[in-house]
Design a protein around this ligand. Structure first.
Ligand code: MSP
Length: 530
């Protein structure tokens, strides 16, 4: 059960549990698309993966949102949680658990965990004074606020002054433990720039933080003092634990932690790094539990340089985007075009240019024109050539043989755009190869064995590319595979069986000679600029 055991066959990964203050926007979808791509890649490699997502439903921010929508808080939460779920369906997200923090199971887990921390004497009553940003659900240092006490992440919102009795968690007790964790496990916080942020924050000296509220009803009552409700972040982080429970098992920590703990990867945005990389491991240490393997904080999707967000209202509607352009195009753009870890802007015209260039032209046309030649010159079957018959100095074979290792490393490092770049090196080389080899002239010259070799080489390169892209564009990859004569659906979770192993499909040279091919049709229709 330790982080150093890389041979673990299970892999548990989380998205944040999203606030239900408003409908999901493209920023919330961003983390989820990335998590889904990692999940699919690890599944291809034969791991047993648990993808956890869900919603964070307590606290003042949600209570106020419900008030302004004129609904009871639970009704409001149900409605918005359903909208998140519907979006995940549209975006082809293969999650396993949808953790909602208002569920009764979660209540039981929070109580038990709270009890452990209480027994450890890490909770005490104190006076909390300070500026609170309700949109962040976080107290802010005065020096971090903009003029008018506005929050830098939500510059249209003023932080509110609070002076009240709260229970505190003794974070400061864990200063040394946390510093030792960051030292011993440099990979715990990624990327490096985020790790440095956390190190310098912790170096300033950790202060205890309040974990109860007296002015908020919408939360779990604090077991030790029910006049207080539990602070939304203390409650929400535990939603990851609740998610690990099998649906029909008793909600105890022991049951929850049995199979999947410690979680391998928390994917989050950089705004919630402190909670995950500082507060969360300290809470776990207090409860006597091992900490997760890795926390990765990605950048923001911005509009005109500002974080897109529900609180700021400068968002893009993902449902509208998917309806207009399809899930694969959206997934591809965000994962390929923005370096994961950095901020990135969305521009619709750039989006259209990129998916047209990569998916419609380079990949789609390549397959389409090659299949048409195969129909004409080779009876609509894979040429009777085996991968090992292709000379070792064939450029596509050379690229193809080294590709899956490089791509696997990129996926492991969450470098999705790098993974795409590597794959498209093969795709572009294939386009160039077919132009240079001109199978149509070889055919006219009666050199059918050369025609077969050229077409095999290209089809096999398209196959490998589609396979390695399948975590990002699963539906297009499925179409490509089916046109190549496989009956494989990358949207099925039970993909792994004896005939579809990573070892064979991630290797160049796997396309079976003589396999009957499907009908060529464009796998991605060009998008028009509005
Ligand atoms: N409820 C907390 C998380 C609790 S996890 C136990 C929360 N929710 S959130 O809905 O506000 O944000 C969820 C995630 O979406 C965060 O990782 C945040 O960084 C991400 N994003 C929200 N807006 C975003 C962008 N504009 N761009 C990229 N990611 C963004 O925080």
């Amino acid at each position: 059960m330790s982080h150093s055991d890389t041979s673990r066959k299970t892999f548990a990964i989380t998205t944040p549990l999203y606030y239900v203050n408003d409908l999901p926007h493209i920023g919330s979808a961003y983390t989820t698309m990335a998590a889904d791509a990692v999940t699919r890649f690890e599944r291809l490699r034969g791991k047993s993966v648990l993808l956890i997502t869900g919603t964070d439903e307590h606290g003042q921010k949600i209570q106020r949102a419900a008030e302004s929508s004129g609904l009871q808080p639970q009704e409001h939460c149900d409605k918005v949680a359903a909208a998140f779920d519907a979006l995940w369906q549209k975006l082809n997200i293969q999650y396993d658990r949808f953790s909602r923090t208002t569920s009764p199971h979660h209540h039981a887990i929070v109580k038990e965990f709270f009890g452990r921390v209480w027994d450890k004497k890490d909770i005490y009553l104190g006076q909390q004074q300070g500026w609170y940003c309700v949109s962040c659900e976080e107290f802010k240092e005065e020096r971090d606020l903009l003029t008018g006490h506005r929050c830098p992440i939500h510059p249209n919102k003023e932080a509110e002054w609070r002076d009240e009795q709260n229970y505190f968690f003794a974070l400061s007790k864990y200063q040394n433990h946390l510093e030792a964790l960051y030292q011993e496990r440099p990979e715990f916080i990624q990327p490096e720039s985020r790790r440095n942020e956390v190190l310098s924050f912790v170096r300033q000296g950790l202060q205890d933080f309040s974990i109860s509220r007296v002015n908020v009803d919408w939360g779990f009552p604090m077991p030790a003092d029910p006049k207080h409700t539990i602070y939304v972040w203390f409650d929400a982080l535990l939603g990851y634990v609740t998610a690990l429970l099998d649906p029909d098992s008793e909600p105890t920590l022991e049951n929850a932690l049995k199979k999947w703990w410690p979680i391998n990867l928390h994917l989050i945005g950089k705004d919630i790094l402190r909670f995950h990389a500082v507060y969360w491991p300290a809470m776990l240490m207090s409860a006597g539990l091992p900490v997760p393997d890795r926390v990765f904080g990605h950048g923001f999707l911005t509009k005109d340089g500002q974080k897109m967000g529900k609180s700021l209202g400068n968002t893009l509607d993902p449902v509208d985007l998917v309806n207009r352009y399809g899930a694969d195009a959206i997934r591809y753009y965000f994962l390929k075009e923005i370096e994961f870890g950095k901020d990135g802007d969305f521009s619709e015209s750039r989006f259209i240019d990129i998916v047209n260039a990569d998916l419609a032209n380079d990949l789609g046309n390549l397959l389409n024109r090659t299949l048409k030649m195969v129909q004409k010159y080779c009876d609509a079957r894979v040429p009777n050539v085996r991968g090992e018959d292709i000379p070792a100095d064939n450029l596509l074979k050379e690229i193809g043989l080294g590709l899956s290792d490089r791509v696997a490393q990129a996926y492991e490092a969450l470098a999705f755009s790098e993974a795409c770049r590597y794959i498209f090196t093969l795709v572009r080389a294939s386009n160039k190869f077919i132009d240079e080899q001109a199978p149509w002239s070889l055919y006219k010259q009666g050199n059918s064995s050369a025609v077969g070799q050229v077409l095999y080489t290209v089809l096999e390169s398209v196959r490998l590319s589609a396979y390695l892209l399948s975590p990002i564009i699963p539906s297009i990859s499925t179409d490509i595979y089916q046109q190549l004569g496989f009956s494989i659906d990358f949207n099925q979770t039970t993909l792994i069986n004896d005939s579809v192993t990573y070892a064979t499909h991630a290797t160049w040279g796997t396309l079976p000679p003589h396999q009957s091919l499907g009908n060529p049709k464009p796998v991605f229709a060009r998008l028009e600029q509005a």
